[in-house]
Design a protein around this ligand. Structure first.
Ligand code: SAH
Ligand code: SF4
Ligand code: F3S
Length: 472
């Protein structure tokens, strides 16, 4: 979930906020999204806010009047990428402004939050910096920047940004999207010792039940069939029930499942400690809750889990996965792993390998530990050498890749529901999404985008599967 995601990648599905009757003079924005799905969601909302301000989204940076980088601070490399991109943009700005064209540069997201003023100091080309909690004020910031004041707005806004964003369904010309993200919770109170998220995104805040039901209904009215609930710590979501009691993510899923026309639900990313009984019941009861769960464990060593402040042991995680598999046997697991956390010995790493072998992942993301300034992990003794990290990562990734292929291969010959998402490359071909989040190519001339059809998997490719329609 943390690789660089282009705002144009198919999985990102940015709301391309096209405004009708675009004129030649219309301003254009190019948005580049790095980091996690939360940033993908935020980029869509920024596109909405800018569309309401007269900006059309473009996929061509050369024709943009505003380039917005929605950034990620999770690892050093992710943050470095921003500064090298800004260097290139500075040159572009010189050329464009010499021609008398407007060309502005904005930085949003987690690097913006973490480094704020430092960005405008280091990069003279940057006009505006907005944090994850203040991007709804982007149009005002741009206005001030146009009159010559460079703006850094990274407060934790006291007002609710979600109340200030334009309604995406009311933006003219938006094409049909059948899958959508819905942010239900932001921030994190867990303070894992390696992680910057509690500092860049702040404390956990849950959106209200009524706001979420309202947004979900609007998405479904606009043609969405599958909603993925998002949060840095999504299963920590809590809300007030209509009777005054407290609701958790499981309760929210039951509520959302009642929306007519909504066919599928997912949620990401969850913390093992917040997988409560009600959420596990939701996996048992709701067929529309897809059998795919991203449940990061980070390490298989209890010593390292403790040093990471994960506050669970490897055995707790394994027991939890067993409970979930008992109620939903077809569930596939995905995870995140860090190798080379300070103090990690060969034996600790072997524990991680053993855990992976035991669980069997359908997909997983794995990273070398990257010390982040200001996090407790960075100050721990016994940092692991780069060579050892590289070696361990290669071994872990080989195992995870093999598991991923084995899982995909096990689907050959199986029949499954496919949500048709977008046209494929060949005429008549449509690309759909499997219950396990894989892309499946199928010849489905008689069907439409948004339909759910039955397919039999015939083959697997490097990044997608192939299927044939099962006539009912
Ligand atoms: N909230 C999620 C993770 C969000 S960050 C959770 O608790 O699991 C996404 C992933 O990035 C993490 O799961 C972790 O594997 C990785 N990550 C975070 N900080 C990192 C660091 N300093 N170095 C390397 N990987 C890191
Ligand atoms: Fe980071 Fe841990 Fe919070 Fe996940 S739970 S966002 S890894 S601090
Ligand atoms: Fe990166 Fe911020 Fe997401 S640091 S992973 S963009 S929450």
């Amino acid at each position: 979930m943390t690789q660089e995601i282009s705002s144009l990648s198919p999985s990102a599905e940015p709301v391309s906020a096209m405004v009708e009757h675009a004129s030649a003079a219309q301003k254009k924005v190019f948005i580049k999204t790095y980091g996690c799905q939360m940033n993908v969601y935020d980029s869509s909302r920024m596109a909405d806010a800018l569309a309401a301000d007269g900006y059309q989204q473009t996929e061509d940076m050369e024709e943009a009047n505003l380039v917005l980088l929605n950034t990620c601070h999770i690892r050093e490399k992710a943050a470095d990428k921003v500064y090298s991109a800004l260097g290139r943009l500075r040159e572009m700005k010189k050329t464009r402004t010499a021609k008398g064209e407007e060309f502005m540069i904005g930085v949003a997201g987690c690097v913006a939050q973490a480094e704020g003023e430092e960005i405008v100091r280091r990069e003279p080309g940057v006009d505006v910096v907005v944090g994850p909690q203040t991007y709804h004020r982007l149009p005002q910031a741009l206005k001030r920047a146009r009159s010559g004041t460079r703006v850094v707005d990274t407060d934790y806004a006291v007002e609710d940004k979600f109340e200030h964003l334009p309604d995406p369904t009311k933006i003219a010309g938006k094409r049909r999207v059948v899958t959508a993200f819905l942010t239900v919770q932001e921030g994190c109170d867990k303070f894992c010792t390696f992680c910057v998220v509690p500092y860049t995104r702040g404390a956990e805040v849950s959106r209200s039940l009524s706001q979420l039901l309202d947004e979900a209904k609007r998405l479904v009215d606009g043609g969405v069939r599958e909603i993925t609930l998002l949060g840095q710590n999504v299963n920590a979501w809590h809300g007030k029930a209509p009777d005054g009691g407290t609701m958790g993510l499981g309760d929210l899923l039951y509520k959302l499942a009642e929306i007519p026309g909504l066919a599928r639900l997912r949620y990401t990313t969850s913390h093992p400690r917040d997988m409560d009984d009600r959420l596990i019941e939701a996996h048992r009861d709701l067929r529309m809750l897809m059998p795919y769960l991203h449940l990061p464990v980070q390490s298989g060593s209890d010593r390292i889990l403790k040093a990471m402040n994960r506050r669970h042991k490897a055995a707790d995680y394994i027991a939890l996965v067993e409970r979930i598999r008992q109620v939903r046997p077809d569930i596939a697991l995905s995870g995140d792993f860090i190798v080379g956390f300070p103090g990690e010995t060969d034996e600790d790493f072997e524990d991680t390998i053993r855990l992976v072998e035991h669980i069997g992942y359908a997909q997983a993301f794995s990273f070398k530990y990257s010390p982040r300034p200001g996090t407790p992990g960075a100050d721990l003794p016994d940092h692991v050498s780069e060579d050892v990290k590289t070696e361990r990562l290669a071994r872990l990734q080989e195992l995870l890749l093999k598991q991923q292929h084995d899982f995909a291969r096990s689907l050959i010959g199986q029949t499954m529901d496919l949500l048709l998402e977008k046209p494929g490359r060949m005429p008549g071909q449509i690309i759909g999404r499997s219950p396990w989040l894989q892309s499946v190519n199928v010849d489905a001339k008689a069907s439409q985008i948004g339909d759910i059809i039955q397919v039999r998997i015939t083959d697997i490719g490097p990044n997608s599967l192939f299927g044939e329609v099962v006539e009912s």
